[in-house]
Design a protein around this ligand. Structure first.
Ligand code: PTJ
Length: 263
């Protein structure tokens, strides 16, 4: 967590969760970075975070390793940044971009010029050397079959990439990107969402834990001997259907234990 000013009592049992909420509200109200619906989307995410125990579960760790391997194997990786991701993890996203060589591109569902510029500025303040998606019509390329603002991509970024990380996504774009033959990596606390179900790699975890974990995994894999061979093995072995089943089974088992305790 970063950029926070609001005073939350440190001994409050939900202090961290409240801090995250306050950060999102501030980036919605004061900076116009988070969309109105971004607050609602966060609430849905929080509910699923409760179900997994607000911790990184083993299937998320495995998916994180696979996502890191994909980023390192990619010809031209891109990290797609929306309002919630920028508000919650701008510095970590920039770190991930520098470490993995992935470009940062602002790409919004609720697209306005004001939000695009505000998110671009936030990423530059966080240390980005280049941010795509801020340009004029000449740099745009349209993803077919999409109606939301997300269809407008940067020709040299998401449109031409082989691997794209799309945290907190809507299902339509994930499907459209997969149809274009791209490897789609996502971070989504809801293992039942269309995004989670259609992505190539789904990290069922909170973005605030998942991005720092991705940074660590990219760092670790980069320091390994025979990095390419190891990354190739990781992605070849990876099965996203099994990871989603494992995440759902984790929730099921946890709820069983909790319901027995409640008796
Ligand atoms: O900034 P914009 O204009 O691109 O809009 C961004 C939102 C998030 C509003 C837009 O993409 C949207 O409406 O997304 P959805 O369809 O509500 O999906 C968001 C998904 O992210 C849901 O499945 C949530 O459970 C999940 N989610 C929410 N907060 C987090 C999260 N997953 C991981 N970490 C979170 N902090």
């Amino acid at each position: 967590m970063e950029n926070e000013e609001i005073q939350i009592p440190t001994n409050h049992p939900r202090a961290e969760s409240l801090r995250i909420r306050e950060t999102l509200i501030r980036y919605w109200k004061d900076h116009h970075i988070v969309a109105d619906s971004g607050l609602i989307a966060h609430g849905r995410g929080e509910a699923f975070d409760y179900l997994i125990g607000e911790t990184t579960i083993p299937p998320a760790q495995e998916a994180t390793t696979a996502a890191a391997a994909h980023l390192l194997l990619a010809r031209k990786p891109v990290i797609s940044v929306n309002g919630n991701a920028a508000a919650l993890a701008s510095k970590e996203l920039v770190k991930l971009s520098h470490l993995s060589g992935a470009a940062l591109e602002v790409n919004l569902f609720y697209r306005t010029r004001e939000r695009i510029e505000a998110i671009g500025n936030l990423l530059y303040e966080a240390g980005a050397s280049k941010v795509l998606g801020l340009g004029d019509d000449n740099s745009h390329a349209i993803i077919p079959e999409l109606n939301s603002g997300r269809r407008i991509t940067d020709r040299s970024g998401i449109f031409s990439t082989d691997v794209v990380l799309v945290p907190l996504e809507d299902g339509d774009r994930t499907e459209a990107l997969r149809k274009l033959g791209k490897i789609v990596l996502t971070i989504d606390l809801n293992p039942l969402s269309r995004t989670a179900q259609t992505a190539s790699v789904t990290i069922v975890d909170n973005l605030v834990r998942a991005i720092p974990n991705l940074v660590s995994e990219v760092n670790r894999l980069k320091s390994e001997d025979k990095q390419e061979e190891k990354c190739r093995k990781i992605v070849d072995r990876y099965d996203n259907g099994r990871i989603l089943a494992d995440a759902l089974n984790f929730i099921q088992r946890r709820l069983s234990v909790l319901s027995e305790r409640a008796l």
